[in-house]
Design a protein around this ligand. Sequence first.
Ligand code: SAH
Length: 691
Amino acid sequence: MKTFCGRANPTTGAMEWLEEAEDYDYHQEIARSRYADMLHDKDRNVKYYQGIRAAVSRVKERGEKAIVLDIGTGTGLLSMMAASAGADFCYAIEVFKPMANAAVKIVEKNGFSDKIKVINKHSTEVTVGPDGDMECRANILVTELFDTELIGEGALPTYEHAHKYLVQEGCEAVPHRATVYVQLVESKRMWSWNKLFPIHVEAEDGEKIIVPPSEMENCPGVPSVCDIQLNQMPSSDFTALSDVVTMFSVDFSKPVQSASTYYRVQLEPVKSGKAQIVLSWWDIDMDPSGMINCTMAPYWAKPTSTLQWRDHWMQCVYFLPKEEPVLQGEKVYLTACRDEYSVWYKLQKAREEENQADVGAESPVCRCHAHLLWNRPRFGELNDQNRTRQYIKSLRKVLNTDSVCLCISDGSLLPVLLHCLGAKQVQYFIPFFRSLQCSLAFFSHILFKANHLEDKIKILEARPELLKPSHFEDQKISVLVGEPFFSTSLLPWHNLYFWYARTAVSSHLTSSATVLPQSAALHMMIVEFQDLWRIRSPCGICEGFDVQTMDDMIKDSLNFRESKEAEPHPLWEYPCKSLSDPREVLTFDFKQTVPQHCLSTEGSVNLLRKGKSHGAVLWMEYHLDADISISTGLMKISDEKGNCEWNPHCKQAVYFFNSVIESETLSDPGAITYAINFDTKTGEIAMDFKL
Ligand code: SAH
């Protein structure tokens, strides 16, 4: 069997389907999986172990045999905990074949083969009976099927089925219960991830305002969860309008219903303000008494306990369909609606007589199409006034009333901005690879209409290399602009597609045309991560169990394809310390066309600070003109310790080193050498570091 993998070609922007070997998917899944992160989650592991021991004891005290069902066994960890705690037999179910195979090996290596049967099936396919997968129903149900939103990985239907067919009535469940908490907040920063704010433009002929389309105002957006490391959100970036309250709980020891439903709580605002956001997280009680509790509460909600860093479970940001003013002490009702896999929220002033059937039914559907086009960080980027100011400043220098402009970017506001600044004619080019072209056309239409520009901006739906003089009414382009931003870009340099598109339209430019940005530069810096290193670090022994097989498997999968590749991470969520100075390693001159030959560089970096070199971070800087630059990575090194501030709207590229070097002294200049190569044929960057 062959696997076809789709990805955008960074030189043409086109989607390409590459044939990959059968095991490609497996390796991708494992290399990018959160298994390593889970195994490093000490708090989770310890509490599962305590909960499992307690459940086994309760069953034994009743004089019963302890028969465990572990759904989603992964490495087999929770089954091995149960077997060590004295369980008589464990059925360890794992749907993902490579993991089920690994579990068999790990169970054997740890000497539990006679106590644990690994079954490579989805739990809903498991049979019970003399000839079945399980001889009898289990009386202990152990699972870890949760995501940041609790239910997004299908925990509810899995539990529903397990209670019907796989476990005994009155079984013990570890975890016993999950509880979802919410807090109503006002936050300009987070709200800017959901709505487009008006943009004030200082033009020659006075101030103009770019307004968002009215369709956006009440748009409920999309139900996909926004999960972030809330612990990186400073308290100055939001105002709590309510206390933290319990939204709903699920008792996993009783039959679970997965059908759509809703929960409602009354909130008494502790402050007046604009209700915009619901922050949410959950905890799990490993035992019925609630003594063994594993919580995702952020720093301000659990100030006493030490925070466990983890990336496999974070916190959720939910956006209300529109902002609602609330008054301190004046009660409001918050409703959480959910279907089998997702949750969304509504806020009401008074308890309106609701038709029960209505409430849970309508999962949010984006009406303005912007929520389909842009992800949360992209909204944030478009709302970044500083960034817009930089564009305005540099565009004002080059635009005049005769300018004929072509804008190459995905779902950009630049065409509207160009108009405000007085450009005579704006051609707006829609890159053809967009899978969401209809949404883009729709959104552009309502945005242009809201700003009375319907007839003024032309959308070109052709590949850049197919554009003809007639597309431009036989005029030459005098100003070519881009952000550059393309929604298919995974790594920072994929936005260099702008350069390729610019090359393709060269013949339509005047001889003195301005290209803005005029160039880009790739920057690199060696860092020590506070925590992110864990996702690539072997675990070895986890709570006394040897899980090295898993480490080896992850290493294999990384080597399979990814080892020489960087991976995207939004570093504002993952603190790190710079160990070297940031350095410009490659430059890309947009005034020229893309050269035929590769661009490469070599060098060595000095480590300026003591620390562990976990990897290199790479990002792009765009030089709009000679004086104005925009960084998509490092904003500044904020203190002497080397703590960094990153662009909050962009992902940076992280290249993890195979081994970590610890620089104790700084006597070793040029400790790290690098070779970086930009292949102009493929648009990809390959790199190699030697420590
Ligand atoms: N129990 C392990 C791994 C948890 S990750 C631990 O705690 O460390 C969850 C695992 O459950 C994944 O490997 C996933 O493939 C598997 N899974 C999810 N739903 C499942 C289902 N309904 N049946 C079988 N496996 C499932």
